[in-house]
Write a protein of this length. Structure first.
Length: 193
């Protein structure tokens, strides 16, 4: 295992209530929108509008009775509303999971994050989690927090206040993205005992 990356940590901090809330909100939004905004949110609306237009045209031209067109419109509206309720439920479940995650981080007390060439390691009480740069989908600085978003699971979150200045944050983001692009994973260490 390589030593700590030069200039990056280890960082010791406790998340404030505001930081935990912001991290939970952002993580919930990303989880709920996973799979694409177009396919999950705009496609059902477009399908509903097309169904309404199609039923109206068929009724207007007399190819179907007015009553049949009304039934089709009611069924399309019901399907659209069910889809919206399902989306709302998905957002609520994502929010609840994100709040549980940030509550676990807050209850762990002081968090210690170390950075090496392969990724981040968080240690605090019973928590011992690692995020590899090679597995990162995105690294970003948003709202006073620095996130390392994995392809699946919870992100790594660092408050921007642990860095000395904005230039250090930019250097960290560049470092993480560069090491993620290399795709280098940590070597496997076998114990001889």
């Amino acid at each position: 295992m390589s030593a700590t990356a030069p200039g990056f940590g280890p960082f010791a901090f406790e998340l404030t209530d505001e930081e935990a809330g912001a991290a939970a909100s952002r993580a919930a939004l990303r989880a709920a929108l996973e799979g694409g905004l177009l396919s999950r949110h705009f496609a059902p609306l477009a399908a509903f509008l097309l169904a309404m237009l199609f039923a109206a045209i068929l009724a207007f031209t007399g190819l179907v009775s007015r009553r049949s067109a009304e039934i089709a419109l009611i069924l399309a509206a019901a399907a659209f509303m069910i889809n919206r309720l399902w989306s709302r439920r998905r957002f609520a479940l994502a929010r609840r999971a994100a709040l549980d995650w940030t509550q676990r981080l807050k209850s762990a007390g002081e968090l210690v994050v170390s950075v090496d060439d392969y990724g981040l390691r968080l240690a605090a009480g019973p928590l011992n989690t690692a995020w590899a740069f090679a597995e990162a989908q995105d690294v970003e600085d948003a709202g006073g927090l620095v996130y390392l978003w994995p392809r699946s699971g919870e992100p790594a979150v660092l408050p921007a206040r642990v860095f000395p200045d904005a230039a250090a944050i930019a250097d960290f983001l560049t470092f993480a993205r560069a090491h993620g692009a290399k795709g280098v994973r940590a070597p496997i260490v076998y114990d001889d005992d």
